[in-house]
Write a protein that binds this ligand. Structure first.
Ligand code: HEM
Length: 425
């Protein structure tokens, strides 16, 4: 399977390159035919546009101070991104090129960060330098035109949207989150007890539990494992995440000419996005048609926040699309991440029963028989270590979500390397 995947990925990249060359040639010919009788000035403009497009793919030294693997003609370092185990491959490249290196992909230069210190420096200490998100053609399609918090670029609209969602989440955490989670946890316990020690695959149960927390908070609705509606929602969201990560789709971001060709994978992505939006629109409409809107639930709080925000701070007006896309963010961000973490935690605890005993003892001693709350976390160091250790060993989102630098920035580590190199010279 791994070999098959890598053959497909390599094949896809070659096909992309081949199609690109054919397209550049044929579009050049088409321009020539159509414009045969037109004046020189216009054809020069077309040629220079093509040349400009071509130039983006020539090996350039846009970031001369950053090391990185040699960049190939046309495709740059795109082949590096087609590896099956990308996080491991990128970590291996760091052994050769250091904790900060660059990869070129079409006209885009990516900078890969590889150590806790450097990542903390970029995303915490200098977060505002890297507050942007890279825009992309396909990213815009899955995020309803950049209207999600997770993929939207840094601007006043994004800031107002993020503030709205964070305050709705905060309000919800204080008022109903704990009860919703406790209810789902107790239900999950019953499901697990009912297996009576049989060997089972728990992944679906974890997805249902994690998803029910989010759907209760967003739609005011929880589902049974057998629910067709839940299965439709998840198959659609998982399809979008999987298709969006495929080479057939990412090639469209780097090579715009490919968008003019038929692409069945892209058509499937568009279909799933339409399906997702229909499902969420239906739920939000149902929610809004309730006699009394529950402001303890996230959607209620978001809708109330919209009303309050009607005064349009900084000329930004948030609308239903922002509530819609925030729901997408929470469903995609909060379901499979939590479910994958639960799966790995159980898998590790099965092999390390002594850790399981320690966590259990800590819970019994500290909580004295009641269920844990988020505010108890500082008194539960063994449980917190378990959570962090599983995330370290099996990171759920190992490459996180890409950021875009909104201004020039300098890394202390890279600066030290340059200074040392200069001294040695
Ligand atoms: C194991 C669990 C989780 C992991 C590993 C995880 C991971 C991440 C990562 C890496 C980011 C990108 C951060 C950045 O670019 O700076 C992110 C953002 C986000 N996540 Fe999660 N997440 C988890 C759970 C959740 C849950 C439960 C929710 C929803 C209730 C959620 C909703 C979001 C949202 C809305 C964003 C965008 C936030 C923003 O930019 O302000 N995530 N998450």
């Amino acid at each position: 399977m791994a070999i098959e995947m890598s053959v497909i990925s390599v094949g896809a990249v070659f096909l992309v390159v081949f199609l690109l060359i054919v397209l550049i040639c044929t579009s050049g010919q088409r321009d020539k035919c159509v414009q045969e009788d037109q004046k020189d000035s216009k054809s020069t403009a077309t040629e220079s546009r093509l040349l400009q497009y071509f130039y983006q793919f020539l090996p350039r030294t846009s970031a001369p101070s950053l090391p990185g693997p040699p960049s190939l003609f046309l495709i740059g370092n795109m082949m590096e991104l087609t590896h099956d185990h990308l996080p491991i491959h990128l970590t291996n490249l760091a052994q050769r090129y250091g904790n900060i290196y660059r990869l070129k992909c079409g006209p885009t230069t990516m900078v890969v960060l590889n150590s806790t210190d450097v990542i903390r420096e970029a995303l915490v200490k200098k977060w505002s330098d890297f507050a942007g998100r890279p825009g992309s053609y396909t990213g815009d399609i899955v995020s309803g035109g950049g209207h999600t918090i997770s993929l939207g670029d840094y601007n006043e609209e994004w800031r107002a949207h993020r503030r709205l969602v964070h305050s709705a989440l905060q309000r919800c955490c204080q008022q109903s989150l704990h009860d919703v989670i406790e209810r789902q946890a107790l239900h999950l316990r019953k499901v697990l007890m009912d297996y009576q020690g049989r060997a089972v695959d728990l992944s679906e149960d974890f997805t249902v539990a994690a998803s029910n927390v989010i759907t209760t908070l967003t739609f005011g609705k929880e589902y049974d494992k057998s629910s067709l509606e839940l299965q439709q929602l998840h198959s659609c969201l998982n399809e979008i995440v999987a298709l969006w990560g495929s080479t057939w789709i990412s090639a469209l971001d780097s090579f715009p000419l490919l968008r003019k060709l038929p692409n069945p994978v892209f058509s499937r992505l568009l279909k799933e996005v339409v399906k997702r939006d229909e499902i969420i629109r239906k739920h939000l409409n149902n929610y809004k048609s309730q006699d009394k809107i529950n402001a303890d639930a996230i959607t209620g709080s978001l809708l109330q926040g919209l009303d309050k925000q009607q005064s349009a701070e900084h000329g930004v007006l948030l609308t239903d699309i922002h509530v819609h896309m925030a729901t997408v963010d929470l469903l995609i961000g909060g379901t499979e991440t939590t479910a994958a973490w639960l799966n790995w935690t159980v898998a590790f605890l099965l092999h390390r029963p002594e850790v399981q005993t320690k966590v259990h003892e800590e819970l019994c001693t500290v909580l004295e028989g009641r269920y844990p709350k988020y505010s108890d976390r500082h008194r539960l160091p063994v449980l917190c270590s378990l959570i962090h250790e599983v995330l370290r060993l099996r990171p759920v989102a190992p490459l996180a979500v890409p950021h875009r630098a909104i201004r020039d920035s300098r890394s202390a580590e890279r600066y030290a390397v340059i200074m040392t190199e200069n001294k040695e010279d």
